[in-house]
Design a protein around this ligand. Structure first.
Ligand code: URA
Ligand code: URA
Length: 236
């Protein structure tokens, strides 16, 4: 076997092992069946005509200069994934790597998020991932209320365009911004909430899990609730 092939095999095995270790940490015994990723609900021509698309909203956002973050950002991070996703995940704001790449959750926390999705039987292309803020706050400081207020309308429109079955709020900041509450994330997580008529599951942020791996079990419980709801709607 060529050295190249051996190296490739070694990398594949290492990736599989890391996924397995993650699942074991979560206490996963068997992988559930994953519901189809796409929203099959027919939207009909009349509906399509009335509703703006993710691309329309992106165009409207343009080279956004609506708040001070425009000055310090490298790239605006709109969101990625499936425009017909049944599951939307919302984080806080781009970090350093996201700001450079223009894509959400591509750093270390993002790699953990990919593994959580894999444990759910999904990939990034199946879901839609975005943030409360589209631009990185300098030095990752907390977003300011006026920044959230300015940016939020675009997120609301994105979610309205996708019409997912479920929204997952990742971490304290995203959940507090989405739900307009100050209830601690430790109390909110695991309990279904209502976001503009869509069930929202609050859970811990993957960056928090990197520092507090014991939280992974709770996150897995929350993701199992998400899968149950998605499967119930497919079967029911
Ligand atoms: N943390 C977030 O909340 N969002 C990202 O896109 C990356 C890290
Ligand atoms: N604190 C946070 O800021 N986020 C979490 O997800 C958990 C605790």
């Amino acid at each position: 076997m060529s050295e190249h092939l051996v190296n490739e095999l070694r990398e594949t095995l290492a990736a599989a092992r890391s996924q397995f270790e993650y699942l074991r940490d979560l206490g996963v015994e068997s992988l559930g069946t994953c519901p189809p990723a796409e929203n099959k609900v027919s939207q009909g021509p009349a509906h399509a005509a009335a509703q703006e698309s993710l691309d329309d909203i992106h165009l409207d956002l343009g080279d956004c200069q609506r708040c001070g973050l425009a000055e310090s950002r490298t790239r605006l991070v709109y969101g990625v994934g499936n425009p017909n996703a049944r599951l939307v995940l919302v984080g806080e704001a781009p970090g350093r790597e996201e700001d450079l790449r223009g894509e959400p959750f591509v750093g270390e926390a993002g790699r953990l998020l990919d593994r959580i999705l894999a444990a759910m039987g999904m990939q990034r292309k199946d879901v839609y991932i975005c943030n409360v803020l589209k631009c990185r706050p300098p030095n990752n400081r907390d977003p300011l209320p006026e920044e959230v207020a300015t940016c939020e309308a675009f997120l609301v429109r994105q979610i309205a365009a996708i019409r997912p079955q479920v929204v997952v709020g990742l971490g304290r900041f995203a959940v507090h911004s989405l739900l307009k509450t100050r209830i601690p994330i430790s109390q909110l997580r695991g309990e279904w909430q209502n976001y503009h008529g869509i069930p929202l599951m609050p859970t811990y942020h993957p960056a928090y899990l990197l520092r507090n791996p014991e939280g992974k079990r709770d996150v897995w419980e929350d993701m199992k609730s998400v899968l149950r709801l998605m499967n119930a709607e497919v079967e029911g």
